[in-house]
Design a protein around this ligand. Structure first.
Ligand code: KPL
Length: 299
């Protein structure tokens, strides 16, 4: 197994967590990153804190290389650029664990073997080179209608690395469920600057969250994407379980960085308009986050 090379395309918090787990299991791992994070990985290695405590020497670069499996963990607004860079090397099986809607489709436009994915593992960047492993979760890998050999190969690597991972044949349904969780929690926490728990604790916020979920569900129905669980219950459960966490969107806003709202509420609103579904609350919320990003000069 150690002969397989695993590439992490996007050495942010979640990418580094996955890369560290896989490297600890004996796989050959290369991290592709940029900026301060890349410098720290190259100069001082990768420190993982939280649920595990370890320091690793890592191979880190700014350009993708040939690999057997490439785990894509860049922010969704960088997916197209990442796909173009990956198309110039032999990146093997590409497996996306990104947030948001549309990543699988963008990667598939440029690359041959793409496996969809979604993860509930929690990680956040403490400082360049240091990642906090905040919560054990589960990762699903697969496509729609079938479980491919490639998805099984991805699952094997992650399970060998001690991670919870399952192959599934309904990845769109799972990606959409996670996107609706993110649509209901992330922008409300980012606009109001509160932790995840406030979305259920503050009635006024829960009222907005419910409207966001309902519009998302109506769109899923219209698009023929199976709703495999009660999404209100799911959002409530995630907000309670991660009550003390800052959502990734709040962290982006606090760091002065662009958010992924275009690929979450923005994408729901865009697709809803195309399919003739009312998603005015998602549009309004996406516009508010764009207002924060633009007025503070993040984009
Ligand atoms: O995925 C998340 C995020 O912050 O992006 C949740 C589930 C909301 C946890 O914070």
């Amino acid at each position: 197994m150690a002969e397989q090379k695993i590439q992490i395309m996007g050495a942010g918090a979640i990418g580094c967590l996955f890369g560290a787990m896989v490297q600890l299991a004996g796989y050959d791992v290369v991290f592709v990153g940029r900026g301060e994070q890349l410098k720290a990985l190259q100069n001082t290695g990768l420190q993982i804190t939280g649920l595990i405590n370890t320091k690793l020497e890592v191979v880190a670069t700014d350009k993708p290389v040939d690999a057997d499996i490439t785990i894509v963990s860049v922010k969704s607004y960088d997916t197209e650029n990442a796909a173009q860079l990956l198309s110039r090397v032999d990146c093997g099986i590409t497996f996306t664990i990104q947030n948001g809607i549309g990543n699988l489709e963008i990667l598939s436009m440029y690359l041959d073997t793409v496996v969809g994915g979604v993860t509930t593992y929690g990680a956040n960047l403490v400082k360049p080179g240091t990642v906090n492993f905040a919560g054990e979760g589960i990762t699903y890998a697969g496509n729609d209608g079938f479980v491919s050999r490639e998805a099984e190969a991805v699952v094997k690597v992650l399970v060998d690395s001690g991670m919870n991972c399952q192959a599934v044949d309904n990845i769109s349904s799972r990606i959409w469920s996670k996107a609706i969780v993110n649509a209901a929690i992330n922008p409300l926490t980012a606009i109001c600057r509160v932790r995840n728990g406030s979305v259920v604790e503050i009635n006024e916020l829960w009222e907005i969250a419910e409207a966001i979920i309902e519009e998302g569900e109506n769109l899923m129905k219209k698009m023929g994407i199976r709703i495999s669980q009660n999404l209100r219950d799911l959002v409530r459960e995630v907000a309670i379980k991660t009550a003390k966490n800052k959502s990734s969107m709040l962290q982006d806003i606090e760091r002065g960085r662009r958010t992924e709202v275009d690929f979450i509420n923005g994408k729901i609103a865009e697709l809803a308009e195309k399919h003739g579904v009312d998603a005015r609350v998602n549009r309004l919320i996406a516009n508010l986050v764009k207002g924060v990003e633009k007025s503070h000069g993040f984009i």
